[in-house]
Design a protein around this ligand. Structure first.
Ligand SMILES: Cc1ncc(COP(=O)(O)O)c(C=O)c1O
Length: 391
């Protein structure tokens, strides 16, 4: 056995993030996975090609015919994701919305019913409000913090329960073990978007989800330079997702796969620092007289703090917090405009702290903490409050 055939899947998370899915290139021995910028793959004989087509139709792993379907750079990333999510299989898509669409559409047909939580990312909300109903799929939105609402919403044609583990933007934490039990009792698939936490903080498959999806653009990529979507679960479920993804053309470009692959190696380091920064900032904002309330699952004041402590890994609570200032729109703008380190921008999970003032959500300020020195962030927010109070 080659030293490079070592099974890293039994090793610890940080080791898996670095080692899984990668090894020297079989031809050149290049240690870093190359960017395979090729659309197609050449075979020796017609017979060999026919055999590959037949095996490819069964989604046999490590087999390459055309890069819409599979690509070696993306395949390395799939294997890394499997190792981190504790999944049998994974598909990498062009972005988070492609991952969500494929996960949902591969499990829902016209006449089916799907239950979704009431707080989700804007485009996910559009899927449930317009796009799925227009295709004959019945949808309903429920407040999942009371799990009885899910039981009550069940119908004979309910096929899927879908939610964001930590919701965007209100940071509500769903009780995954309890919801998984209800979903499975009714024969439903349980699909969880874990974008806001990342597998460093929580792994939904461990708590009963059938399929986990991510906007990999966020914590997986972590540097704000590539779009990426992740779907992971059992081989049976993922084979079905792959069929849809292949026919919809939802693949990621090899270069973006490579950027993600490079980034995942440092995800445990980044998310630990982002979590520490978020905890320090959440506690600091709580002491400020200008602040009405702070939402962060690491704070004892968060309604699901105990649940978070139970299902999150390594005492981490993630890098997402929300701050609500006393006052309204004007106060939110005055404070945000006075800061100097965090750009005012959408997205999250980057090494740079990002601030998203949300007038549509009662003037909530969503902060995605980066990896800066937290004292510089506190100094910046302090000077922003000084300016804010001078007006
Ligand atoms: C929770 C969540 N899911 C999915 C998405 C969509 O991801 P993408 O922008 O990669 O398509 C986002 C984007 O912000 C998100 O916040």
């Amino acid at each position: 056995m080659s030293r490079y055939d070592t099974d890293y899947s039994k090793m610890r998370f940080a080791t898996r993030a670095i080692k899984s899915g990668e090894g020297p290139d079989p031809v050149t021995k290049a240690l870093n996975t190359p960017i395979y910028e090729t659309s197609t793959y050449g075979y020796e004989t017609a017979e060999q090609y026919d055999e590959m087509l037949a095996r490819g139709a069964k989604w046999e792993p490590d087999l390459y015919i055309y890069s819409r379907t599979t690509n070696p750079t993306t395949n390395a990333l799939e294997k890394k994701v499997m190792a981190l999510e504790g999944a049998e299989d994974a598909v990498i898509c062009s972005c988070g919305m492609a991952a969500i669409s494929n996960a949902l559409l591969s499990n829902l047909n016209a006449g089916d019913h799907v239950i979704c939580s009431d707080d989700t990312f804007m485009c996910t909300s559009s899927l449930f409000a317009d796009i799925l109903p227009a295709k004959g799929i019945e949808t309903c939105r429920v407040e999942v913090l009371n799990v009885e609402n899910i039981e009550k919403a069940m119908k004979p044609n309910t096929k899927v329960v879908y939610l964001e583990a930590l919701s965007n933007p209100q940071l509500k934490l769903a009780d995954l073990p309890a919801i998984a039990e209800i979903a499975h009792k009714h024969g439903c698939k349980f699909i969880v978007d874990n974008t806001f936490l990342s597998p460093v903080v929580m792994r939904p498959l461990k708590w009963g989800a059938d399929i986990v999806v991510h906007s990999g653009t966020k914590y997986y990529v972590g540097h704000g330079d590539a779009l990426c979507g992740i779907v992971a679960g059992s081989k049976k479920d993922i084979d079905r997702v792959r069929y849809y993804y292949d026919n919809f053309g939802s693949h990621i470009a090899p270069y973006d796969s490579w950027l993600a692959l490079r980034s995942v190696r440092t995800m445990p380091l980044r998310v630990r620092k982002q979590s520490e920064n978020a905890m320090a900032l959440a506690r600091w904002f709580e002491t400020r007289p200008e602040v009405d309330f702070v939402t962060y699952p690491g704070l004892e004041s968060h309604h699901q703090h105990e649940l978070a402590t139970r299902i999150f890994e390594d005492g981490l609570y993630g890098g997402m917090l929300c701050v609500h200032l006393k006052g309204g729109y004007e106060e939110m703008c005055r404070f945000a405009d006075a800061t100097r380190i965090p750009p005012i921008a959408t997205s999250l999970g980057d090494v740079v702290t990002l601030m998203f003032p949300k007038s549509a959500y009662n003037n909530l300020i969503r902060i995605s903490t980066g990896c800066e020195d937290v004292q510089d962030l506190i100094d910046d927010f302090t000077q922003a409050f000084d300016q804010y109070n001078r007006k």
